[in-house]
Design a protein around this ligand. Structure first.
Ligand code: ADP
Length: 475
């Protein structure tokens, strides 16, 4: 039986702040279910904020002690058996009993500690996976340690490594001054230094046996400076061991039939009536005019410039001259939050929900007719796939994974609308085209049905990862 160990800084439902948590919650589970010849585990930090319902399931496995740079330190290892997948948690109160997962002044040290603890966990407990799959900058160091400091260690030297870029914008860049003290990498500056600073993602890209990112189109885009945030040269160098594998979504959680949280569950059989009922209920809850025939356009997003909020800002007043309602759910940059708060004051058909709220997000996916996602860049994007699952038509910019998942109206088997350039008026005209199709009931209903029937399950993606694992196991 081959063993795979995923290393990540978050995994649903134990700790999550974004897309990485969703992926680590779903991919290992699907992969283990569909491929019983692989034994699958995930390892992550044990954060102070872990919910009690999970905390009480923790079973202690071991205490490990090790020297990290000049510190004599250690961690307690716990596990939760979740069906076919074992989740391991590394506990160190000093580093991980914090309110937030990231954004602390000492993140570099916290995740260097975590990464070394993962390697020491393998050595000290005798757990040696055949494949170690690390994710994003927070676990880049695991791969780097395996291929540098620990390369002489028999227990771990044969482990094959895969590294996944979930978002190249966050590379883990730090002052070279802390190379020895914080990263314990004295003598290995050639591996991690790039353009005058320590760049953990660069290090992992160069030393991993294989590198993936979360959609084929994003993999293509990362060869170019505009998308690669300074790493295009490195991506070009590793082209032969680099591929894009699209993420899937969790159809149990994001199901209008059985996923819960919405006003009235519905399925393919009563799609139209179900969506209508949810729309009227959301309009009532938010104090909007209760009218099933007015198109309801929503956004659910981090309020960050990557998400194309500038385009929305530029054209939203003109768009709102159309007969429509607009609801946005999001948190993030204060300027954007205030912009939408102010928009709500000026327009009676707008609601700005400036908060993070999974329950209301599902109600919005269910109630809406259209879902806007005009991203500037988008590694994969989950929201457009979730919106399809609820029979809500995505209107997206054809970038990154949005290009791979949404086929624009007019093409065969279309499931949404898209525009090519990062241009506010292309967004405006595309939404207007969608609004005008909304009045052609037969065409619109057929499009909604095709969106709902899109298949973004993890099964396909998991089998692509299996092919990669099998390939590198031969090397
Ligand atoms: P990213 O990971 O870049 O934020 P994705 O589209 O990959 O974008 O994933 C976003 C996920 O977070 C989706 O599940 C979306 O519904 C959810 N989400 C974003 N903002 C909010 C919010 N304010 N409240 C609830 N869920 C949100």
């Amino acid at each position: 039986m081959k063993k795979i160990l995923y290393v990540a800084s978050e995994a649903n439902p134990y700790a999550a702040s974004g897309g990485l948590g969703d992926v680590m919650g779903a991919l290992p589970v699907t992969l283990a279910k569909d491929n019983p010849e692989f034994e699958v585990s995930v390892i992550l930090p044990l954060y102070g904020g872990m919910k009690e319902e999970y905390r009480k399931k923790l079973v202690k496995v071991a205490d490990i002690k090790f020297r990290y740079s000049w510190r004599n330190t250690g961690a307690s290892v716990y596990k939760i058996e979740n069906g076919t997948v074992t989740y391991y948690f590394l506990e160190n109160h000093y580093y991980f009993d914090r309110k937030k997962l990231y954004g602390e002044y000492d993140d570099a040290e916290r995740f260097a500690f975590f990464s070394m603890a993962v390697v020491e966990f393998m050595i000290q407990t005798g757990y040696t996976p055949d494949i170690l799959h690390a994710n994003d900058w927070q676990s880049a160091l695991v791969v780097i340690y395996l291929k540098t400091k620990y390369f002489v260690c028999d227990a771990v030297k044969d482990i094959k490594t895969v590294y996944t870029i979930h978002n190249i914008e966050y590379q883990g860049k730090f002052d070279p001054f802390i190379l020895g003290d914080v990263f314990a990498l004295d003598g290995y500056s050639n591996v991690v230094e790039y353009n005058g600073c320590i760049n953990l993602m660069k290090g992992a890209l160069t030393v991993s046996d294989y590198v993936t990112t979360v959609s084929p189109n994003y993999a293509y885009e990362l060869h170019h400076d505009f998308f690669a945030f300074g790493l295009a040269d490195i991506v070009n160098q590793i082209g032969a061991k680099f591929a894009g594998v699209i993420n899937g979504i969790d159809y149990n959680y994001f199901s209008p039939e059985t996923g819960g949280d919405i006003y009235a569950p519905y399925s393919l059989e009563n799609l139209k009536e179900g969506k209508r009922e949810n729309k009227l209920a959301l309009q009532r809850e938010l104090g909007l005019d209760e009218c099933a025939d007015v198109p309801l356009v929503v956004m659910i997003t981090r309020l960050a410039s990557q998400k194309g909020i500038d385009l929305v800002a530029r054209i939203i007043d003109e768009l709102l001259m159309e007969n429509m309602q607009f609801v946005i759910l999001g948190t993030g940059d204060e300027d954007y939050e205030n912009m939408f708060r102010e928009l709500e004051v000026r327009h009676k058909n707008v609601r700005a929900l400036i908060k993070f709220d999974r329950v209301i997000s599902k109600k919005m996916y269910a109630a809406a007719d259209m879902f806007l996602m005009p991203s500037k860049s988008e590694p994969c994007g989950l929201a457009q796939m979730i919106s399809c699952s609820y029979g809500t038509v995505p209107v997206v910019r054809a970038v990154g994974g949005l290009y791979d998942t949404i086929r624009p109206y007019g093409e065969d088997n279309s499931n949404g609308f898209s525009f090519d350039n990062y241009n506010a008026h292309e967004l405006l005209f595309t939404v207007k085209r969608a609004l005008s199709l909304y009045n052609d009931k037969a065409e619109w209903d057929a499009l909604v049905l095709r969106a709902k029937n899109s298949d973004f399950s993890w099964t396909n993606s998991a089998s692509k990862y299996i092919s990669i694992y099998n390939k590198i196991l031969q090397w």
